[in-house]
Ligand binder design. Structure first.
Ligand SMILES: Cc1cc2nc3c(=O)[nH]c(=O)nc-3n(C[C@H](O)[C@H](O)[C@H](O)COP(=O)(O)OP(=O)(O)OC[C@H]3O[C@@H](n4cnc5c(N)ncnc54)[C@H](O)[C@@H]3O)c2cc1C
Length: 340
């Protein structure tokens, strides 16, 4: 696909999918990543008062030994292995042990975004943070990408964010563009309010996290950051409470304070500990496109390659899992490099 001189590939988005694409292209192309915000995407971490907390993706759970080894070899000593299991609860708040033999759950010692950064570091790609891509144009020999008022010409492009507006507004006349926009518009995403609650004391429970299995509770997920090495000093705790998609759907205008009040009050009730209703500080993020509901037609991937375009991201995998998003990025990068 690429000419004999080293090709330029532009990647939109420095989440785990973009980092995977950069990693797969490391020996095949000069790679530039353009990221609207900061490295990590939904693998995002906060830092405050000596604490680290992952308030988007909670952990990477590799589905097999091969993928686990990939994370171990790329991230190395910066990986933090979460201790403790995930237990379950139902609509009534009744808690039970989760399934046995739960696998490893990785974060980074300095936050889960460190995992994404490690893939980027190993790729040698040039990363521009706070550089939103504003416009795409198909050219005779590749793509022109406009970001922050500047144009970047590239031989191939990888697009990872779970949005369709870049394609809808692209200067690109192929019918395939319309198919792509239509497919992405049809795809549903769930919205999740995620709240980090800090307490100046330990919380003595026998599990790392609780997940609501009947999806009828207002809390979908609750976990303890102290179970991740390096995240919380002894004698303190940070609870991550992710309110259910139904909670967000019923409160489209909820303020961060309302979400934090709800999260702390539910945490107190679920864990039977009144102190949890009153955290000494909190942080909140509403993820509008948190988790994709379904998969787009996989054939789009092949058609896109004919346009020097790699499609990657959890929107393409059709599942909100970090390892799946990584695989889409690796696939896109490998396929763009393959016919060089
Ligand atoms: C609350 C929550 C909890 C989750 N829990 C887990 C979990 O425990 N385990 C798990 O495996 N997965 C979990 N997930 C899902 C996981 O976070 C995602 O599947 C994965 O991180 C998606 O990676 P991505 O690279 O496809 O997309 P993203 O991480 O969204 O990356 C896309 C990037 O593109 C950037 N971008 C967007 N528009 C532009 C533009 N115009 N120009 C430049 N850059 C742009 C964005 O800023 C972003 O950084 C969770 C997600 C959420 C929200």
């Amino acid at each position: 696909m690429f000419p004999s001189v080293t090709p330029n590939v532009c990647i939109v988005g420095a989440g785990i999918a973009g980092a995977g694409a950069a990693h797969a292209l490391r020996d095949a192309a000069d790679v530039t990543l353009l990221e609207a915000d900061t490295v990590g995407g939904r693998m995002v971490s906060g830092h405050r008062d000596g604490c680290v907390y992952d308030y988007g993706a909670n952990y990477v759970d590799p589905p097999n030994d091969r993928v686990e080894e990939r994370f171990r070899s790329v991230v190395g000593d910066d990986l933090a292995e979460t201790t403790g299991d995930v237990w379950i609860f139902d609509e009534s708040g009744a808690i039970e042990e989760g399934r046995p033999n739960q696998g490893v759950k990785f974060s980074g010692r300095d936050g889960i975004d460190q995992v994404v950064q490690a893939f980027l570091d190993a790729s040698g790609a040039t990363v521009h943070e706070h550089t939103p891509v504003e416009h795409l144009a198909r050219t005779e020999d590749g793509w022109r990408v406009t970001a922050d008022g500047d144009d970047v010409a590239c031989d191939a492009l990888v697009v990872t964010p779970p949005t369709w507006d870049l394609f809808a507004g692209a200067d690109w006349t192929a019918d395939f563009r319309d198919d792509l926009v239509a497919a992405r518009k049809r795809q549903s995403y769930r919205t999740i309010d995620s709240v980090a609650l800090h307490y100046p004391f330990d919380i003595d429970v026998p599990y790392y996290a609780l997940v609501n299995t009947d999806t009828e509770h207002a809390v979908g997920w609750l976990s303890r950051e102290s179970c991740k090495p390096g995240h919380v000093p002894d004698g303190e705790e940070i609870l991550i409470v992710q309110l259910s998609p139904a909670w967000a759907a019923g409160r489209p205008d909820a303020t961060p304070g309302e979400a934090a009040d709800a999260a702390s009050s539910y945490a107190a009730t679920l864990l039977g500990d009144d102190r949890l209703a009153d955290p000494d500080w909190w942080d909140h993020e509403r993820f509008i496109r948190a988790l994709p509901g379904d998969r787009v037609n996989p054939a789009l991937f092949e058609y896109a390659l004919e346009h020097d375009l790699g499609l990657a991201g959890d929107w393409f995998a059709g599942t909100g899992r970090t390892h799946a998003a990584l695989e889409t990025g690796l696939d896109a990068g490998r396929r763009l490099a393959r016919d060089r």
